[in-house]
Design a protein around this ligand. Structure first.
Ligand SMILES: C[S@@+](CC[C@H](N)C(=O)[O-])C[C@H]1O[C@@H](n2cnc3c(N)ncnc32)[C@H](O)[C@@H]1O
Length: 278
């Protein structure tokens, strides 16, 4: 499959949605799709996005920068020998997904996408039809890691006795402290073999007062989640693992390449880090 086939040209038809999808209620995946310029979103998602954009006009830029980091990390990991990826909170398919980037280097790399949004499953299944031998998408919830690791389709594609790279990109900030996201990541770490990697990107509380305003717009606006956390709180996700260079830093400072924005308005709003399980 070429990356072009992931690009959407038509808006979704609400009459052909899975029964559990309510187009009247905004979803994180569809609002994010809107920010990335996708077409898999409904008026309720666009209204929620507009409300967020009044205080967070940089939302689209932040989404793009998050995707750029994800791609840099994928390339680096495949080049370093990683052959299995578990992308949790993967979002709706967009151009330049993990399997597309990985397969440019090695077409045998296996990738499982996980999201709790049924729209992601429906679109992913259709679009991955040609890549079934190496790539799949399952519907599961990050808050219940055993449901992911014990899922038959995940186990059919990934061998957890071998190293796996687990991506949690821009998803942990949608978990409330009350969900104990640190405990959840620790459960995931404990299910991984030595040599596995964990990548986290997360809204970053740099002390800039805009962070709290944006957080309020996200949490109290249509989305109901989107918490900014400090470097120290983000570093805690990597407990029990070896945090690799350059540590938890602003997303655009994480191993930048020629595509990485140098002078961005959102520079201090997203942080990322990559760790290796010893
Ligand atoms: C902001 S998008 C990020 C997409 C992609 N990882 C990226 O960085 O571009 C967050 C995604 O996480 C998903 N998500 C939110 N909470 C989740 C949960 N508890 N379990 C699984 N997926 C979740 C949403 O449906 C959405 O697709």
């Amino acid at each position: 499959m070429t990356s072009k086939s992931w690009m959407k040209t038509q808006a979704p038809d609400p009459t052909r949605l899975p029964a559990e999808v309510n187009p009247e209620v905004p979803s994180i995946a569809r609002v994010y799709d809107y920010f990335l310029g996708g077409k898999d979103n409904f008026p309720a998602d666009r209204a929620a996005a507009a409300a967020v954009e009044t205080v967070f006009p940089q939302g689209r830029q932040l989404g793009r920068e998050s995707r750029l980091l994800l791609r840099r990390a994928t390339r680096e990991l495949v080049r370093s020998g990683v052959r299995q990826f578990l992308d949790i909170g993967s979002g709706l398919p967009t151009a330049g997904n993990v399997h597309e980037i990985a397969h440019e280097i090695d077409p045998q790399v296996r990738v499982v996408y996980v999201d709790n949004d049924p729209v992601v499953l429906a679109h992913g299944r259709a679009l991955l039809a040609d890549d079934g031998a190496t790539t799949t998408v399952v519907q599961a919830d990050l808050r219940h890691p055993d449901g992911i690791f014990d899922h038959p389709e995940v186990r059919a594609l990934l061998d957890f006795d071998q190293p796996v790279a687990v991506f949690m990109a821009s998803v942990l900030h949608h978990l409330d402290d009350a969900d104990d996201p640190w405990g959840i990541v620790a459960q995931i770490r404990d299910r991984l073999s030595s040599g596995s990697h964990v990548l986290v990107t997360h809204f970053y509380d740099s002390g800039d007062p805009r962070c709290r305003e944006i957080e309020q717009a996200l949490v109290q606006g249509g989305l109901g989640s989107g918490w900014f956390r400090t470097t120290e709180q983000i570093e805690r996700f990597f407990e029990g693992m070896e945090l690799l260079e350059p540590g938890v830093v602003a997303a655009n400072e994480w191993r930048p390449d020629e595509e990485t924005p140098r002078d961005s308005d959102t520079h201090r709003m997203l942080a990322g880090g990559l760790a290796r399980k010893p």
